[in-house]
Design a protein around this ligand. Structure first.
Ligand code: MN
Length: 187
């Protein structure tokens, strides 16, 4: 559902994609895509987006993903974004929603590792998937935590597999776009 995305934005002013004009995956194309955008807005965060059912289901992760399975990263669900957002980067001008810089920090495809389909997992509040990106690869899980403040909070955790690396600090060391090599300074 993109209605919340549309309500919050003036794409003619923000430079962001207006509609879901990117083709959705057909039945013969099982690959689903993801993107992680480093968004330096009022607060720095990473926007983690998974292609599910024709939109990019999205979470804001303040600390970014970790490659250490002992780290739990808060991931707050935000509004679905159009598929055209997969390769969006740029400067969102002052006065527009999300004002700041957006760099594609990672992108690639992901595979569902759960017995449930992605839509059911999303409703149930648990997703487990394999990321095949430029920076991240391996299994991750997103689990909804229901608190008094609502049900928008999830935890993003690296699944303990052979791709774990407790010593890597990717979220702090990787600043360049994996698409263009640009950083927020030279967008
Ligand atoms: Mn954001």
């Amino acid at each position: 559902m993109l209605s919340e995305y549309r309500v919050k934005r003036r794409p003619d002013r923000s430079g962001e994609p207006a509609e879901a004009h990117a083709p959705r995956n057909g039945p013969g194309d099982p690959e689903t895509r993801f993107v992680i955008q480093r968004h330096a807005a009022s607060g720095l965060h990473f926007d983690f987006r998974l292609e599910i059912d024709g939109v990019l289901v999205s979470w804001a992760v303040p600390k970014g993903p970790s490659t250490d399975s002992a780290e739990k990263r808060l991931a707050t669900r935000t509004e679905d974004h159009p598929l055209a957002y997969l390769d969006f980067e740029g400067r969102i001008p002052a006065g527009q929603y999300g004002h700041g810089t957006v760099v594609v920090w990672d992108t690639g495809t992901f595979a569902n590792l759960s017995d449930e389909d992605l839509v059911s997992g999303l409703h149930r509040g648990h997703l487990k998937f394999w990321l095949d990106g430029e920076r991240l690869s391996g299994a991750y899980a997103l689990t909804q935590i229901r608190t008094r403040g609502g049900d928008q909070n999830w935890l993003l955790v690296k699944v303990d597999d052979e791709t774990v690396d407790p010593h890597s600090d990717l979220a702090h060391t990787g600043l360049e776009s994996v698409l263009t090599g640009r950083t927020r300074r030279n967008l």
